[in-house]
Design a protein around this ligand. Sequence first.
Ligand SMILES: Cc1cc2nc3c(=O)[nH]c(=O)nc-3n(C[C@H](O)[C@H](O)[C@H](O)COP(=O)(O)OP(=O)(O)OC[C@H]3O[C@@H](n4cnc5c(N)ncnc54)[C@H](O)[C@@H]3O)c2cc1C
Length: 459
Amino acid sequence: MNHYECDLLVIGGGLAGFCAALSAAQAGLQVVVLEKTAQTGGSSAMSGGCLAFAGTDLQRSHGIEDSSQRLFDDLVDVGKGECDESLVKLYTDHQLETYQWLKDNGVVFADVIEAASGQSVPRVHNVDPADMVRQLQSAALATDKVEVWLHSRARRLLRNEGGRVTGASVERNGEQQHIMARSAVLLASGGFVQDRELIHRFVPQYDNAVFIGGEGNEGDGLRMAWALGADVRDLPYIKGTFGKHPMDEHNHHACLVVYKGAIAVNQDGRRFVDESQSYKLLGDAVMQQAFGVGYQILDQDIMDSGDNQVRILDFTRRLEEGLFIEAQTLEQLARLIEVPEDVLLAEVAAYNDAVRQGQPPEFGRQHLVHHHGQLRTLERPPFYAYPSTAAVFGTYCGVIVDSGLRVLDVFGEPIEGLLAAGEMIGGFHGAAYMTGSALGKAAVFGRLAGTRPGTASEG
Ligand SMILES: Cc1cc2nc3c(=O)[nH]c(=O)nc-3n(C[C@H](O)[C@H](O)[C@H](O)COP(=O)(O)OP(=O)(O)OC[C@H]3O[C@@H](n4cnc5c(N)ncnc54)[C@H](O)[C@@H]3O)c2cc1C
């Protein structure tokens, strides 16, 4: 069997993997990145390209006041106190320098956009996600210290007699080989959105959801870590994102008109949730409705408030694609979507009345999204409906790490030589999710994992 050696072995060629590879190479380490599929990118490249940072130049240019502390408070708030606060702190302590580092390494942030899920101020920094990964990969390769092996699937982790992880057994182009890592092995292999059986074990209520994500994201990293006794967190909080059109196979992103003021109704024409919540909680709520499908209902003013630079807010494109159902009156709209007319009219009237009187409508909605934005009435025709179910875009749970990103075993002891970053990690999001915090976590923790492989925790 062939043997090969490097300093840092990175398993997974997505955002976390390339941030780690680049930062490790910049620190002088020799790195090999393994990618099991034919191309790098994973879920990162197909994502919405929204990253959550706070206190940036882009925010300042829009007069948005934000800070690491505010980001911390929002992350803990949206996670419903279920997050590992030391991980959240690790993120908030290093997010701003990571934003700058990404820019210094050629990542282009187009703009900062309106507040989205879990944000009390606008802090989504938008990129072309495939370009971002390509750029980081090119920067890593340009150091001459990084190799990328495609069609190379890590199968098992290797340990020495003392129990330290020393490498991995890899299936490369159909052949087995060992690759040894002098400093550490980093699991950056994403989540397990492509393994329906594994998902069923933890959240069977999502069996009928739509699943979208990197084709190689089958939980390999999780299983390899489990085999070594790794502990896990957040498994019950796997959730789908609300706003996926159930019939649209071309556009895999969610459309969040609710965050611009739309209401969500079920097949009976009734509202069923506070629409300003994290879209993961909205995902849970829609899965409990008949057929797991509802409608986002809006008027022309809300339609006009979309942002075609941002996939989740690009209403115009969906309108052009014929995905919105349009009618001059709410009565007609109700007939088109086959919900009882009187119920839909009464729901919209009650909602509008509450908004006009400055009272929270039913379910306690107070803002457009999280603690941000004033509610709007729905009154200017035409009216629109966007059929919406939940799509599971990621698993957002995984192995427990310490603040040195070392994987911990079930007794809370570090598994020496084994690091994890990105969607592999549990504990960061807790019970729900802030837009931009998954790519953000891949970038921040990936970069940190590369700068100090195998070093002790920050405490
Ligand atoms: C449609 C969609 C939209 C999204 N939008 C956003 C967004 O706007 N903002 C946000 O914050 N998050 C978003 N997410 C979530 C986010 O994209 C992911 O959480 C994040 O990209 C994970 O990055 P990663 O580097 O950990 O994993 P990935 O980018 O998935 O990379 C993991 C890589 O590891 C490879 N791999 C797996 N197993 C092995 C193995 N055994 N050996 C070798 N390679 C292996 C995979 O093939 C894959 O290429 C979205 C996800 C999807 C699917």
